[in-house]
Design a protein. Structure first.
Length: 422
C-alpha cells in the first residue's frame, strides 16, 4: 500500500524508481525498520537515564550510544572474510536478524529483573556487530537493482526514509515511553528488524541487474587500495568522519539538556528529533538539484551550515530558538548522504562496491561513538548546553580547516596517479 501511494506524493523524478517493484518492496521494509530505529533514538538514551546510578547519567548514556554503534566497526574488520562473499540482500538479512534477537532480549531482561546497566550495554553492543555490512549493503542493493541514472533518486529515498523515521520514531517513542516504558519500545524496534529480516530475502519479482560477485579474498587491505586509487573518495571519508565525531556529543548532550536544563520529559526530546527529521526530509529531496553544483563546496557548506545551526543552543536561548536551529541543521544535512553514496556508486567498480561501502561504514562507525564518549565524559564538567554549542563551533572549524587544506592541495604540484583496481 505504501509503495503504491508514494509515487503520487513525490516529485516526478522519483517515480521511475518506485515503479521498480523490487526496490519499492525493499524500501517499504527498510522504512519500517528505520521507524523502529527512530524510536530507539529516544528509547536507548531515556532507558540509560533511568537505569543510571545517581550522578552517572551522562557516562551511561554515552556508553549505551557507543555500544549501539561501535561494535559494528569491529565486525566490519574482523568478519570480512565471512561476510564479503555474501550478496547484499543476505547481508541486510543477517544484520536485521541479529538485531531482532538481541534487542528483543531488552524487554525480556526487564521482565526477568535482569536489566542492569551492564546488561543493557552488552545487548546493545552485540546487536550492532554486523551494522557496517548491513548499512553498506543497502546502497549496494541500489546499484544491483537499478540502472545508474536512477541511483541518485533511490539513494535520496533511502535517506528520506531515515529522516522520516527521525520525525515519526522519536515523537512516537516520546508518547509511548510514559505508558509502555523505553525497554518495550526497544522491543518494538526488534520486531521491525524481524520484519526486515524476512522481507530482505525476497525484494520482489524480476531478476536483479547482472553484477560480478564480490571477491572472496583480499581483505580490508584490498578495499583500502581501491580507495587509495580514488583520493576524492578517501577525502570524503575523512571529512565525514570528522563531521560525525563532532556530532557524537550531541546525542549525549541533547537528552541531558532536555532533562536537566529545560526540566522536561521524553516528549520534548522526541520533538527535537522530529523537527530535525522534518528539516532533513525537506533537504534530502533537493539532492538532485545539488548534484549540479561542485561537490566539495556543497560538502563543506553542509558542515559549516550545520555547525552554525547548532549555535541556536547558545546561553539564555529559549527552547523554541534551539528547536528552530535544530530543524535548520536537518535541512542543511539532509542531502549529504545521498550525494556521497551516489559518488561511491559511480566511482567504485561494481564487484568491489559492497567491500568499499562496508569499509567506509566501518571507519565512520568509530566517529560518533568516540564523540559520544567524549560528550559523556565532558557533560558533568561543562554541562549539556555548552557541549551543544561547542559541537557547532567545532564543525565550523573543521569546515574551515578542510577548505584551507583543499586549497593548498590544489595549489601543490600534482602527484603521479595511483593505479586503478578493477
Amino acid at each position: 500500500m505504501i509503495s503504491a501511494l508514494l509515487p503520487r506524493l513525490l516529485p516526478r523524478g522519483y517515480r521511475p524508481v518506485l515503479a521498480d517493484r523490487r526496490f519499492a518492496r525493499l524500501l517499504t521494509a527498510l522504512a519500517v525498520s528505520d521507524l523502529g530505529d527512530g524510536m530507539s533514538t529516544v528509547a536507548v538514551a531515556w532507558l540509560a537515564v533511568h537505569l543510571a546510578p545517581p550522578g552517572a547519567a551522562g557516562p551511561l548514556v554515552g556508553a549505551a550510544l557507543v555500544a549501539y554503534v561501535l561494535p559494528g566497526a569491529v565486525g566490519g574488520v574482523l568478519l570480512g572474510r565471512v561476510m564479503r562473499p555474501l550478496a547484499p540482500d543476505r547481508l541486510i538479512r543477517a544484520d536485521a536478524a541479529l538485531r531482532a534477537v538481541l534487542l528483543g532480549c531488552v524487554p525480556l531482561a526487564q521482565v526477568l529483573g535482569l536489566l542492569h546497566p551492564a546488561v543493557l550495554v552488552a545487548l546493545l553492543a552485540c546487536s550492532s556487530v554486523l551494522h557496517a555490512w548491513g548499512s553498506g549493503a543497502r546502497y549496494a542493493m541500489v546499484a544491483r537493482l537499478l540502472p545508474p541514472e536512477h541511483r541518485l533518486a533511490a539513494n535520496a529515498l533511502l535517506s528520506t526514509s531515515t529522516w522520516v523515521s527521525t520525525i515519526a520514531g522519536p515523537a512516537l517513542a516520546g508518547l509511548l515511553a510514559g505508558c509502555a516504558g523505553p525497554a518495550w519500545i526497544i522491543g518494538l524496534d526488534a520486531a521491525t528488524f524481524g520484519l526486515l529480516a524476512v522481507r530482505a530475502g525476497r525484494p520482489g519479482p524480476g531478476p536483479a541487474a547482472p553484477q560480478a560477485p564480490e571477491p572472496a579474498g583480499g581483505g580490508t587491505g584490498a578495499g583500502l587500495r581501491v580507495l587509495r586509487a580514488r583520493p576524492e573518495l578517501l577525502g570524503l571519508i575523512g571529512v565525514t568522519w570528522l563531521f560525525n565525531l563532532c556530532w557524537g556529543p550531541v546525542e549525549v548532550a541533547l537528552p541531558l539538556y532536555v532533562a536537566q536544563d529545560l526540566r522536561a520529559g521524553s516528549d520534548l526530546l522526541g520533538l527535537y528529533w522530529a523537527v530535525f527529521g522534518v528539516g532533513a526530509v525537506a533537504g534530502s529531496l533537493t539532492a538532485g538539484a545539488l548534484r549540479r553544483l561542485p561537490l566539495w563546496p556543497v560538502v563543506l557548506g553542509v558542515l559549516a551550515g550545520h555547525g552554525a545551526a547548532m549555535l541556536a543552543f547558545g546561553p539564555q536561548a529559549p527552547a523554541v530558538a534551539s528547536l528552530l536551529g535544530f530543524a535548520l541543521g536537518g535541512v542543511v544535512y539532509g542531502p549529504y548522504s545521498a550525494l556521497v553514496a551516489n559518488l561511491f556508486q559511480e566511482r567504485t567498480p561494481g564487484r568491489w562496491l559492497t567491500t568499499v561501502l562496508a569499509l567506509r561504514g566501518t571507519v565512520l562507525l568509530t566517529a560518533a561513538p568516540a564523540g559520544a564518549a567524549l560528550g559523556g565524559a565532558l557533560a558533568p564538567v561543562l554541562g549539556p548546553r555548552q557541549i551543544l554549542v561547542g559541537t557547532g563551533l567545532a564543525m565550523i572549524a573543521v569546515a574551515g580547516a578542510a577548505a584551507l587544506l583543499r586549497a593548498l592541495t590544489r595549489a601543490a604540484p600534482a602527484a603521479a596517479p595511483l593505479p586503478t583496481i578493477e
